[in-house]
Design a protein around this ligand. Structure first.
Ligand code: MN
Length: 704
């Protein structure tokens, strides 16, 4: 049988005769190259590239892509060179095949880095020519369809990779049809048992549901007919994978039985104009009661992958939940095919939103790629973007910024501009001061307050979600950490030298120590000391071999290390007890290098006197600049304006409030928890005294 015939028929439907001819040449070339090779299923190898080409032809991809699809494995498997392809066909086809081959070369290995690196390559290839990834997706789709002939462990590995990487990419490109097929096949291969059980249950439920679905469909349809709105209504059945996902989501909520998930009925209404979509929505909300908070307008604000639709949930007959998606026919085509709709429905000047979105996304990826050297960091960053559960936030000027769910004002600041992120100090959400860590929700207006010379706070990493924010903060910390480590290392070494200044040491000695310890620069040595990787005393001995090793420590060595409050990242202030100047303190050595300071009476350092190996005596320097965080708890009678009074008192004292938490204990009293920045213990005592003067205050205490 001439394998090309079927494909040829498809191609003749949308390509010129001359183009079909060159594609046929590519087929003959590939068939000869793969001659004698077999797939695991026993089929001739050429059946695979032909199947891949067919998938792409069904999306009406151009002749170069179809040729590359036919040739996609010849460099990899047949020792054909890129040059041969350039000579036989053209440069673009050779580029595409080369691009796909590069993605194939590194197989998904168990090592996380290999996977990350592979993924990064894929992303970059995609940025260069989107068609490379379309070929790769079609390749994977066919491999998944024919997965059965592989060993079970291999099946599971490939299935995992498909669900974790390929399906999200298809999703990000808006190609819903391919994405859901990849997910279903992946799910079936990864969890054969679970897949079977769910599929059987769906089948059983189908009979009971059919009647309900038909009656709801009819209700909607006749209502729309009555209003003279031309539209088509269909009932949608959930796929086993999406049911499984819903069940997983509900695991935490105790109710996670299959019937709960199946209680939801899905419908889709398609019509010819955007206007009609909104009219239909009106009719739906009139027919059944809408469930509050469930309406989403993805027509006005499309999803990151270009998806457009109106989503709503209604309370149907017998209390059933009805989910309805309403969209135009062209939105529907876009929803299925995403970026590929560009080839599939060439409609002249109609802008393909999915494609514009995809290109924007890829531009961002490119920028991200420049800023991250580490593939693992990159994959982490991109994974965040691959699951576009986004929120839309407004700037004060009314511009919309799109952010992932769980995004915070810090992410928002970085989304506006790196400089804004780097210098942001506070923010207003809907006009009110809010914590930089607060989670943003759809439709909020956020204003970022910046200050010249302000710096990113490493603590932001614990809540920043977007790749852009995280990359920038990490970059900043890397630089900062080194500077701080050098400073601390210098002080520790000087102390080990009996409080001798490093500048008083001969340059030759410094050079000798660098050489002996195999370091390029003395700063590198100081960094190691600062990070706790090298003991200061060892280097001190290299500098001054006469320094007696185990003898009595030099004068002044008994003195605790003085804390200046400017050590930056090398000194952490324990969050359990929030020490401030004036408090007796002790330093514990942290795992990552540097110290964590605790108050001596903190429960977490109980017994520190007995463990001198783990703890370092420290004391505060005399005049300390800077502010220190403290948690203050105020118990008040629940009456009008109490919070405002205490808050303004604190602010009037010139004390910065970092966070406020309000807990109602019972109806009559409230607990207010302030996170504030103070300079010294005495200032704090003063503030506490003033708060106590209010008659509505029951108790003020510093948390430990
Ligand atoms: Mn292949």
């Amino acid at each position: 049988m001439y394998l090309f015939s079927g494909l040829k028929e498809q191609l003749q439907g949308y390509l010129d005769t001359s183009q079909v001819k060159v594609v046929e040449q590519a087929y003959i070339f590939a068939r000869n190259a793969h001659d004698g090779q077999l797939r695991s299923s026993g089929d001739p190898y050429i059946t695979h590239p032909v199947a891949v080409a067919k998938i792409l032809a069904s999306l009406h991809l151009d002749h170069q892509t179809i040729m590359a699809a036919l040739l996609h494995d010849v460099i990899e498997d047949c020792e054909v060179t890129r040059e041969q392809l350039t000579d036989t066909f053209d440069e673009r086809v050779a580029d595409l095949v080369d691009g796909v081959s590069k993605l194939t070369q590194i197989k998904f290995r168990s090592r996380e880095e290999a996977q990350a690196e592979n993924f990064q390559k894929m992303m970059m290839a995609m940025v260069e020519d989107l068609r490379v990834v379309l070929i790769k997706l079609a390749d994977r789709l066919h491999n998944m369809r024919t997965l059965g002939s592989l060993r079970p462990d291999k099946q599971r590995r490939i299935a995992k990779e498909t669900i974790e990487i390929y399906a999200p990419i298809a999703n990000r490109l808006g190609m819903y049809a391919i994405r859901s097929e990849l997910e279903e096949l992946g799910f079936a291969a990864k969890y054969p048992m679970r897949y079977r059980v769910i599929r059987e249950s769906v089948k059983k439920a189908r009979g009971n549901r059919k009647e309900i679905v038909t009656s709801i469909c009819n209700n909607i349809q006749s209502r729309l007919d009555m209003e003279n709105i031309i539209a088509e209504v269909i009932g949608r059945e959930k796929s086993p994978f999406s049911i499984y996902q819903k069940m997983q989501e509900k695991l935490g909520e105790k109710v996670h039985v299959f019937t709960d998930v199946m209680d939801v009925y899905g419908f889709r209404v398609t019509t010819d104009s955007e206007d009609n979509c909104y009219r239909i929505l009106g009719q739906l909300h009139n027919l059944y009661r809408p469930v509050p908070g469930r309406f989403k307008d993805y027509i006005a604000i499309p999803k990151a992958n270009g998806y457009q639709s109106l989503h709503t949930t209604l309370k149907g007959p017998h209390g059933l939940h009805i989910e309805v998606q309403t969209r135009t026919t062209s939105m529907d085509q876009m929803a299925d095919n995403g970026v590929a709709a560009h080839w599939l429905y060439k409609t002249g000047n109609d802008i393909n939103r999915a494609e514009i979105r995809a290109r924007e996304w890829m531009r961002n990826l490119l920028e991200l790629h420049k800023n991250t050297g580490d593939p693992l960091e990159f994959i982490e960053s991109v994974k965040v973007d691959l699951f576009p559960d986004e929120v839309y936030i407004f700037t004060p000027n009314g511009n919309i910024i799109e952010l992932p769910r769980n995004a915070t004002p810090v992410d928002f600041a970085y989304a506006i501009h790196t400089d804004v992120g780097n210098s942001c100090i506070a923010c207003k959400v809907d006009g009110k001061i809010a914590a930089l860590s607060s989670e943003l929700t759809n439709g909020q207006t956020v204003e970022i307050i910046t200050a010249p010379g302000a710096k990113p706070n490493p603590g932001w990493l614990s809540f920043a979600t977007t790749s852009k924010a995280r990359t920038n903060i990490r970059q900043f910390i890397k630089n900062l950490r080194r500077d701080d480590a050098i400073n601390l290392g210098k002080r520790l070494l000087e102390k080990a030298l009996g409080n001798r200044s490093l500048s008083s040491i001969d340059n030759e000695v410094i050079k000798r120590v660098e050489k002996e310890t195999h370091h390029e620069s003395f700063d590198d040595i100081l960094v190691e000391i600062g990070l706790g990787q090298t003991a200061s005393i060892i280097i001190a001995h290299r500098i001054n071999p006469d320094l007696e090793a185990s003898a009595k420590p030099a004068e002044g060595d008994n003195l605790p290390l003085a804390i200046k409050g400017t050590e930056g990242m090398m000194i952490e202030y324990a969050k359990c007890c929030h020490p401030i100047p004036g408090d007796p303190i002790v330093g514990s050595i942290s795992n990552s290098g540097g110290f964590i300071l605790h108050r001596q009476d903190c429960n977490n350092v109980a017994n520190h006197e007995a463990h001198l190996d783990k703890y370092v005596p420290v004391q505060w320097e005399k005049d300390i600049e800077g502010e220190f965080r403290v948690e203050l708890r105020v118990e008040v009678v629940n009456q009008h304006g109490v919070l405002a009074k205490v808050t303004s008192l604190i602010a009037d004292e010139g004390v910065n409030i970092a966070n406020i938490e309000l807990n109602s204990k019972d109806g009559t009293t409230n607990h207010i928890c302030f996170l504030i920045d103070v300079k010294h213990r005495l200032r704090l005592a003063n503030l506490i005294r003033k708060i106590r003067l209010y008659d509505f205050v029951i108790k003020v205490s510093r948390h430990r």
